[in-house]
Design a protein. Structure first.
Length: 78
């Protein structure tokens, strides 16, 4: 066997071997992780607090009248 034919056979074997490895490696990879949703944090100054007012409202719906809670909040100094 000549050196030239040996190199051709060795290179073909190497290409077939690496092609098989890449497809096997692609099948064993874990699925991509999903990123968590970002959190919104509110850090007001120390002398500010949140005041809320809540009440009930009658809402007229096709199924009948419903008593529905509503709320409104705002930031207050002090």
């Amino acid at each position: 066997m000549s050196v030239k034919s040996f190199i051709v056979i060795a290179s073909l074997a190497a290409l077939s071997f690496t092609g098989g490895m890449s497809s096997a490696a692609a099948q064993t990879q874990p699925p991509a992780r999903t990123r968590p949703h970002p959190r919104i944090e509110v850090n007001p100054r120390p002398l500010i607090h949140r005041r809320c007012a809540d009440w009930y409202v009658l809402q007229y719906r096709p199924s009948g009248t419903v008593l529905f809670p509503e709320q409104h909040c705002w930031w207050v100094r002090g």
